[in-house]
Design a protein around this ligand. Sequence first.
Ligand code: SF4
Ligand code: SF4
Length: 261
Amino acid sequence: MGVGDSEDARTFGTAAPDSPVTRADFERALRAINTNNMLLRDQVLQLAAQVVVLTEELTRRLDGVEPGQPWTPTEATPATIEEALARATPDVLHVVRGNDARSTSGTSFDLGGDKYDELPADVPCGELLPLCHARCCAMRFSLSTQDLDEGIIRWDYGQPYVIRQRGSDGYCVHNDPDTRFCTVREARPRVCRSYDCRDDARVWLDYEARIPAPLTSEPSEEPVTFDLLARARTRTTAVMVEHLGLGATYPDQEPKRGPKP
Ligand code: SF4
Ligand code: SF4
């Protein structure tokens, strides 16, 4: 029984104690964990920003900078450390959050609007499939909470909430490998509806002349392995905080490292 089917559309907490755990239950649990992870992560980032500001301000004061002396080109040094913390932390937090968003360890969403309001791009996909091989369906993108709530479109559990792709050919799992048609067309994500390939050099050398770009790689026969350890290593919040704390304070120096174990 799939997610979204009538028997799965029950309210949380109403299932019998011995009912089987469905994909909907499993994904609900994963989403709860991911949400908590995001909240916790942001609290760590806020703490990191405060540590960076506090370290910087204490260092300046130890170096003899007094309240009233220049702090920024337009501002005087605040009277208290607390005031400096309150004024500078939002800017540093903005940088820290930006770094975190660029890392591969975060949770990503499509924050666009209602996908059913999206006007489809003016591209005759059905007619062009023999040329383009639906290569847009091998691109990575994030799903929206609307997609997650519907429970039809599958996502990569190891990298929430990126579209789930097949290990065999790298295409979205909803793409039919024989016909290249989308098997969930009515519910396809907003990104799929709005994507316009006409000026995308990954797809066309010349759209008007119907000359596709060369395929960059042949579909692999090797299944793509999921390396949990490698992904865990990319969860580098602690390293990033250290880098920001030391690297930003002493920009000309490599961060100091402890003795090798
Ligand atoms: S959007 Fe472009 S690449 Fe994707 S299926 Fe349509 S024509 Fe092909
Ligand atoms: S959901 Fe459909 S249109 Fe979107 S990437 Fe998958 S197969 Fe392609």
